[in-house]
Ligand binder design. Structure first.
Ligand code: GCU
Length: 672
């Protein structure tokens, strides 16, 4: 706390201490792109001394083409093609060289050195006679996007940031773009340091006020874009499909109507006149009440392509979301399965989308649950660029009151191989990159729960390189954020490493999902969605639970997967335990592949989950005095709430299953 009694803004993973090792070292930067200017300012702020390239500085950042002049011993052939954002790093003796092809590579190379350190002049590098080894770093996904669900004005139910758990928006205040955007500049720097290069700055549910960002507020949006530009990040806007009606008074928003097409073309021209490097539009259409092409008897290819045509002359992209389903379904109707919806809507349109359309697909068929199978839409679309959509904000995973490190879940998703082990992974198939719903707000810790910063960090690192190990990323983040104290870092590692599975263990079991309070989605409510129009049921009765999504006797959802998964999920003999209730309706006495019955598994995991949280609390207590006081206090408060909430989950879920099944816990523990 400062003298005013408020907690100052936390530097996340870039505290001053991280730059200590760079102070008074020499740097040479070759090139004059504005992004190189950013690198020079960074180096200066870190206390480095700029010298000419010929001086063989301790760190030299230069274009590949200059290696021959300034770093002859580095083999340019080994550097290879770096694309516009990659960099190569070579260390020799006390000298580090970063080679780039596009200026963004210089910026990412700089942050690599910030993370890894410059090394010690006496020890770094190989023997003087060996040519230095070249390490190449090229992003696996060229679009690494964050989607903010921020509203300009306060929404009466959702607040300013929809599903935001970290205070108000960093972009907007009092119904307009903030006067002081310096925090956005600091945010942009943090994002650049983890490789994020696109940001959508408003909610996908576009209100009347927010729709005007595209028109009346362009000057203001351009101020936001100016904060991101020096960090290699392009700004996108979520737009409302009905804008021609609501903003311009046209009688229709029909995508084949020429006046509508012209309106969008003109809107795009105006945007690019104001923001030359504007990224494009993000669209949630015909979903949860948002307007879309269905109103005019058109399909989503018609809608997306119309916007794509408006953006194409300027090099813009349409991110069109595949989150389309009937949210007014009748629970009595057993033939409608929400999980099927995205595939049924979009796979028949494969091949019809324009080149600058990216279909943005949530990782699972429902909605960011702690456990879902990976969406079959991603392997189903062969001719359409797909972006995987993740959720960093912890809507269904504890709302930044529970400590849940999500990288292990994202790793599982990214490496899932829908066509079998020898085929491409989800990461390979996400040719349109990765997008994720952001988790920051104007909270002093940015993310409400200080440990939720790890999720933002891990997202950026995985979007760049999905093969990174989740634990290694965690350690990297903890070292940057918490400094040299290995006890503190080790404790944070133990607290977070397996926390996703801990959360899974005390919430909805075996992939069944959605046992949450309707509306705010926090805390247990086993039947909260059972008779609701949102299409998220579990069908528990006295005999059993789960959704039959098989082809043989169920909704047929399992048939949306290619082999081998179609068969794996279809059969009770092969479905993975953790997804059992997503695919099958089984008796409580059904034996899992683990050997336990379903009901006993529920009891065991729920009792165990609460004990794991209790251990997390004790562990955190033991770190008191080793961690910044304000951070420690905030996490302590959140852990207390997590323990209360986990206990509530345990008792409600166990009691529900006990009452429904009449089967007692084998170990006789207390169930209500
Ligand atoms: C969830 C979430 C909504 C959000 C929607 C979306 O349903 O609860 O707040 O608008 O996802 O992704 O569009």
């Amino acid at each position: 706390m400062d003298e005013t009694g408020t907690t100052p803004e936390h530097p996340m993973w870039l505290p001053e201490a991280v730059f200590r090792g760079l102070r008074d070292r020499t740097i040479a930067v070759v090139g004059d792109d504005p992004l190189l200017g950013t690198v020079r300012r960074e180096a200066d702020a870190a206390g480095m001394t700029e010298v000419p390239p010929s001086a063989e500085a301790e760190l030299t950042i230069m274009p590949v083409a200059d290696l021959a002049t300034h770093a002859r011993r580095i083999d340019a052939a080994a550097v290879g093609d770096l694309g516009t954002e990659g960099y190569a790093i070579a260390r020799e003796g006390g000298r580090t060289v970063i080679a780039y092809a596009g200026a963004a590579g210089a910026l990412y190379g700089w942050f690599h050195v910030v993370r890894a350190g410059l090394g010690d002049a006496d020890t770094a590098g190989g023997a003087a006679s060996d040519a230095p080894t070249v390490e190449r770093h090229v992003p696996r996904h060229s679009l690494r996007m964050l989607d903010h669900w921020d509203n300009v004005s306060e929404h009466p139910v959702m607040g300013q940031v929809e599903r935001g758990y970290a205070g108000g928006s960093i972009f907007y205040e009092d119904g307009r773009v903030r006067e002081d955007l310096s925090r956005v500049e600091r945010y942009a720097r943090l994002l650049a340091s983890i490789g994020v290069n696109r940001v959508a700055i408003n909610n996908v549910n576009v209100g009347r006020r927010e729709a005007r960002l595209l028109t009346d507020d362009l000057g203001e949006v351009s101020r936001i874009a100016a904060c991101f530009r020096p960090w290699g990040i392009r700004v996108h806007l979520a737009v409302s499909f009905a804008s021609p009606i609501t903003l311009a008074g046209l009688p229709t928003a029909d995508p084949v109507d020429e006046a509508v097409q012209q309106w969008w073309a003109d809107a795009a021209t105006r945007v690019y006149a104001a923001i030359e490097d504007f990224g494009g539009f993000l669209v949630k259409a015909d979903s949860e009440g948002q307007p879309g092409p269905f109103a005019y008897g058109r399909d989503h290819a018609d809608g997306a392509n119309m916007l794509a045509a408006a953006l194409a002359p300027h090099g813009g992209i349409v991110h069109w979301r595949a989150f389309v389903y009937n949210h007014r379904q009748d629970w009595r109707d057993r033939s409608t399965d929400r999980a099927r919806a995205a595939y049924d809507h979009f796979v028949p349109l494969d091949g019809r989308f324009a080149d600058n359309v990216i279909l943005q697909v949530k990782y699972g068929p429902l909605d960011f649950q702690v456990r879902e199978p990976v969406s079959p839409v991603i392997p189903g679309l062969r001719e359409t660029a797909v972006a995987l959509e993740l959720q960093i904000t912890q809507e269904y995973t504890g709302q930044q009151r529970h400590a849940v490190y999500l990288a292990p879940q994202w790793r599982e998703i990214l490496e899932f191989a829908p066509f079998g082990d020898s085929g491409p992974t989800i990461s390979d198939l996400s040719r349109g990159g990765i997008a994720a719903v952001a988790n920051v707000g104007d909270d002093p810790f940015w993310t409400g729960h200080p440990l939720a910063q790890a999720n933002l960090y891990a997202y950026g690192r995985l979007a760049w390189d999905p093969s990174l190990d989740a634990d290694a990323i965690l350690d990297e983040w903890a070292a940057l954020t918490f400094g040299d104290d290995t006890t503190a870092r080790g404790g944070i590692h133990r607290l977070l490493s397996d926390s996703w599975r801990t959360y899974e263990s005390y919430t909805a079991p075996l992939g069944v999902g959605f046992m949450v309070n309707p509306g705010d989605h926090y805390g247990p409510s086993v039947e909260g969605y059972e008779y609701s129009p949102w299409g998220t049921y579990h069908f528990a009765d006295r005999d059993g639970i789960g959704v039959d999504r098989t082809v043989a006797t169920g909704t047929g959802y399992a048939g949306q997967y290619p082999e081998p998964w179609r068969s794996v999920y279809e059969s009770l003999d092969s479905v993975p335990d953790e997804l059992l209730l997503f695919f099958h309706h089984v008796p409580y006495s059904h034996r899992l592949r683990s050997g336990a019955t379903v009901v006993q598994h529920v009891y065991d995991t729920h009792f165990d989950g609460v004990e794991r949280v209790r251990a997390q609390v004790a562990l955190w207590d033991s770190l008191d005095g080793r961690i910044d006081t304000a951070v420690h206090r905030r996490v302590t408060e959140r852990l207390a709430e997590q323990l209360r909430s986990a206990t509530d989950w345990r008792d409600q879920i166990n009691t529900y299953f006990f009452r429904a099944s009449g089967i007692a816990d084998e170990r006789g523990r207390r169930i209500y």
